[in-house]
Design a protein around this ligand. Structure first.
Ligand code: DX5
Ligand code: ZN
Length: 218
């Protein structure tokens, strides 16, 4: 059975005590998921490269999800900040192949994300450059939303595309992932799960993370 990667999303953490919050999930984080929002591509504003570089000092690999317009303008800054993965939205960049290449040139995994209403066909002609495909299972912008069930079919379709490519591309799912939806997305082909409220919204984060991963293996 393949190992499912877990990326707790700090969007649902208490920012007033962010360092402590990160420490509560450090042991079970393959990556820490950091949602960068610009109030333009999505209706929310979070943080920029300065916070990413401070968090990078904790030594947990960072999965940086850029929900921003014109992401190409920011790749250098987020690369310098210590990102391990940088994911951009296919809806935000007309020169996406070029931007993904720029991310890879920095030795960082290059991810591309699809909104719930975006077809996986948008990934055609990117399969030779992309390292990770992030399927949004809620509309991007906020934590704690309900899982959109049509994402399951999309995951399965993307999984077939990945298989056909013969490349080792990670399929990541973000939004509404908890112990009940985790099993469904894993069965459909997910390799990596983002969980915000299902982890930081719980008193016992370790138990919450374990419950999510356990449901993937049954
Ligand atoms: C939403 C973000 C997600 C968010 C997920 O736009 O991209 O990463 O933190 O939160 P939950 O897991 O609560 O749906
Ligand atoms: Zn995210």
């Amino acid at each position: 059975m393949k190992k499912i990667l877990l990326a707790p999303s700090i969007l649902s953490a208490d920012f007033m005590k962010l360092e402590e919050e990160i420490e509560t999930v450090a042991d079970m984080s393959d990556y820490l998921h950091m949602d960068v929002m610009d109030g333009h591509f999505v209706q929310n504003i979070t943080f920029g490269p300065d916070l990413v570089s401070r968090v990078a000092r904790k030594g947990i690999p960072l999965d940086v999800h850029l929900m921003i317009s014109e992401p190409s303008r920011w790749i250098e800054k987020f690369a310098d900040a210590g990102s391990s993965i940088i994911t951009i939205h296919v809806e935000t960049d007309v020169h996406i192949y070029k931007t993904l290449t720029a991310i890879k040139d920095r030795g960082i995994l290059a991810g591309v994300s699809l909104n719930p209403g975006t077809s996986p066909e948008r990934l055609n002609f990117l399969m030779d450059v992309v390292d990770l495909i992030l399927i949004m299972s809620v509309n991007p912008g906020f934590g704690g939303q309900k899982f959109i069930s049509s994402s399951v079919e999309k995951i399965a379709r993307v999984q077939k595309m990945v298989e056909k490519s013969g490349r080792n591309i990670i399929i990541e799912v973000d939004g509404g992932v908890d112990h009940s939806t985790a099993k469904i997305v894993c069965n459909a082909g997910a390799d990596m799960l983002v969980a915000g409220s299902a982890i930081f919204g719980k008193e016992n984060r370790k138990e919450a993370a374990k419950a999510i991963l356990a449901s993937c293996s049954c």
